[in-house]
Design a protein around this ligand. Structure first.
Ligand code: DSN
Length: 422
């Protein structure tokens, strides 16, 4: 590479990713094939429109790439339609709101403070200015129980256009059947943001909201799905010509979504990313991907148990997916940021995170959030989770002892070198 400054930084980042344990639940390591597609000449091409209906010439290869990505995504999620163009999850969600709602319409979604996502209507977002978000939360922090009767009452009162199920910090499975009953009762479109657990859904390890009557699924492609950074929208309905404006009906959702992505909210698709998505979807269709997804969940369950043995109080009492939320403040009397910094020093990367109804401020919240998708990609198994839990506890106990932290750093690095290379 001629740009030595960037080359050095790429090398340094590769070393950081190799020498430490990546425990942020929304991160992963892509395959070399995904990386190769991402760094390909498709980045040079403009392709506004959809396969067979483009605004620029020279699309004989891009059309095939995008069609492959679409076909593979549909197969993975059992969808009638896939739009593979959203640049990321935020853009995917934004496009669905734009496809289905008018300004001022109501959307019922999980509160950010209870595990929802920024793009589910947090007041600082553009969507929150345009739409009227009503929020539901977790009823019982110790079990993760959600009060579906409360959601029903909110839906009856506010008549949402969309009921949104999905989260970025909730360690349990949602009851899609109950969401669907409520949505059908009030005539709302049912949308699931499955960004965190998409890889678990496509391998049958977690439930697929489409099996319970949901109309739309949005997801990122880079978390448990192990693809490039990007977004994806899947829907059920009839696929029409995106150049013709359809009536706003549930069966027209695929066409409404295509029009909302382009030209509604985005310009030219990133074809290099779409090529990489196609590769990742192809990988997720292989039988080995199911073993991978099962291992993620086994590892998370064991890690949760080992953490509990070592005094970590877990929000909802454990995990049913890839993600763990620990209440560090109640467990050890320090905030999540302090724990995040101590663990960073020994090579364990995770993030400080709010717990439901957190008494502490957002920048120094009570919890930490961690998960097993990335370490599982590197080949870690259940027994390795015991080591990770032990390192986590020791980093907290020794957070003011730099010598001890340096010793722990060495142990973590030695262990990392026994894992699969990235
Ligand atoms: N930032 C992602 C996460 O970490 O969950 C969600 O967009």
């Amino acid at each position: 590479m001629r740009d030595k400054q960037i080359e050095e930084l790429i090398k340094a980042e590769k070393k950081r990713q190799t020498d430490g344990l990546e425990l942020i639940p929304s991160e992963n390591y892509v395959s070399s094939d995904v990386l190769q597609a991402l760094g390909s000449v498709f980045t040079n091409k403009y392709s506004e429109g959809y396969p067979g209906r483009r605004y620029y010439g020279g699309q004989e290869n891009t059309d095939q790439v995008e069609q492959l990505a679409i076909d593979r995504a549909k197969k993975l999620f059992k969808a009638d339609h896939a739009n593979v163009q959203p640049h990321s999850g935020a853009q995917a969600n934004e496009a669905v709101y734009y496809a289905w709602c008018e300004p001022g319409d109501t959307i019922l979604a999980m509160d950010l403070a209870h595990g929802g996502h920024l793009t589910h209507g947090a007041p600082v977002t553009r969507s929150a200015r345009e739409y009227n978000f009503i929020r539901y939360g977790i009823k019982n922090i110790d079990t993760g129980e959600i009060d579906y009767e409360e959601i029903r009452q909110l839906a009856l009162k506010h008549k949402p256009k969309i009921i949104l199920a999905g989260f970025s910090a909730y360690p349990r499975e949602l009851d899609y059947e109950k969401f669907a009953e409520i949505g059908n009762e009030v005539g709302a479109m049912l949308m699931a943001d499955m960004s965190h657990i998409a890889g678990l859904i496509v391998s049958g390890v977690a439930k697929n909201p489409f099996d319970y009557g949901f109309h739309v699924i949005t997801t990122t492609t880079h978390k448990t799905l192990r693809g490039p950074r990007g977004g994806l929208i899947l829907s059920r309905g009839i696929v029409g010509n995106p150049l013709k404006k359809p009536e706003k009906t549930l069966e027209n959702l695929p066409t409404l979504i295509d029009r909302a992505v382009f030209p509604g909210t985005q310009g030219g698709p990133h074809m290099h990313t779409i090529a990489a998505k196609a590769v990742a979807f192809g990988e997720a269709l292989q039988p080995e991907f199911k073993d991978y997804a099962e291992q993620i969940v086994k590892n998370a369950k064991r890690l949760a148990e080992e953490l509990q043995k070592r005094g970590f109080k877990l929000v909802t009492g454990g995990t049913s997916n890839h993600l763990i939320l620990a209440d560090i403040h109640s467990s050890f009397g320090i905030d999540g940021k302090e724990a995040e910094i101590a663990m960073d020093k020994i090579g364990l990367t995770l993030n400080a995170n709010a717990i439901p109804d957190d008494p502490l401020p957002r920048f120094r919240p009570s919890g930490i959030r961690l998960g097993t998708p990335a370490v599982t990609t590197r080949g870690a198994k259940e027994d390795d989770m015991e080591k990770i839990a032990e390192w986590m506890r020791r980093s907290i106990d020794n957070r003011d002892n730099d010598d001890e932290l340096a010793e722990l750093r060495k142990e973590v690095m030695e262990f990392c070198h026994t894992l699969r290379d990235i």
